[in-house]
Design a protein around this ligand. Structure first.
Ligand code: ZN
Length: 284
């Protein structure tokens, strides 16, 4: 992606190097699950003070000057990607006669507090609907390459666009609707809805890539393959499962790699938001 010199989003909270917040390494998912339980059954917005805080156990990473430089470069890159998603979604919402409300990106290292609870870097990037913020630890960029064998800048761009996809679901009311349905259903059904949410976020990431190419023409040859490769290799749930060590049958928790690739591609090829109704897809 030809990103150097392009606009960086101002909707960024850089919390790298800030310690505290009651972070427990490996406890992030528990925090998130606790929050979800509150919002499912408590109705309305969860009060963050009601979320039980996990005992602080901060492992602060110290970076060498070289590492710091590399990380700053990555920070710049994700800020540019966020700005690019703003341009595309502002336009698509305006075209539909609506107004896009831009999300905030929180950059953190090691651990972070969100309105959805505490999270550690192991949680992987996530989106919190109650504060409309995307949370990303930049070490994930390296992890994509080393652990998931999904190198390339556009692999990371896809991850950002996927989290923005969850924000779109939040704005469109899909997240609320699905959370209500999930609360009513049994676990299997609830997991099925999760799959549909994840695949739709992949679809929206594809839609973004479609307009990124059409409006900006800054994609490099191979960028889409990098995104597809990443879609094939990762998912929120897969990362979370690895973080918690919890073994849940794959079929119940997330779409297959093929499904992720399929929905990203569909978004990229059509650029048509209406075609992203994963909830009424006969295959799911
Ligand atoms: Zn996701």
């Amino acid at each position: 992606m030809q990103w150097l010199g392009r606009r960086e989003s101002g909707n960024v909270e850089d919390r790298r190097g800030i310690s505290g917040g009651g972070i427990a390494t490996g406890g992030g998912i528990i925090g998130l699950l606790i929050y979800l339980a509150y919002s499912f059954f408590g109705g309305g917005n969860a009060d963050p003070s009601q979320v039980p805080q996990l005992s602080p156990q901060v492992n602060q990473t110290t970076l060498t000057p070289e590492e710091q430089k590399a990380e700053d470069e990555r920070a710049k890159f994700v800020k540019v990607v966020l700005a690019e998603t703003e341009d595309v979604w502002n336009k698509l919402f305006a075209d539909a006669g609506k107004q896009y409300s831009e999300p905030t990106l929180v950059l953190f290292r090691d651990g972070v507090s969100s309105a959805c609870g505490n999270a550690s870097a192991e949680s992987g990037p996530f989106y919190c609907p109650s504060d409309s913020k995307l949370y990303i630890d930049l070490s994930f960029y390296q992890e994509l390459q080393d652990r998931f064998h999904a190198p390339g800048d556009f692999a990371m761009a896809y991850v950002v666009a996927h989290e923005v996809g969850h924000h779109i679901q939040n704005l469109m009311g899909t997240a609320d609707k699905i959370n209500r349905l999930r609360a009513q259903g049994n676990e299997t059904e609830s997991n099925r809805y999760s799959v549909m949410m994840e695949l739709q976020a992949d679809f929206y990431a594809g839609v973004w890539a479609h307009y990124e190419e059409k409006m900006k023409n800054i994609l490099d040859k191979g960028d889409i393959d990098e995104a597809l490769n990443a879609a094939n290799a990762i998912g929120d749930d897969r990362l979370q499962k690895q973080a918690t060590g919890e073994v849940v049958p794959d079929a119940f928790t997330h779409g297959t790699s093929a499904q992720r690739v399929y929905w990203f591609k569909k978004g990229f090829q059509t650029g048509d938001i209406k075609q992203g109704d994963t909830f009424n897809s006969p295959d799911l």
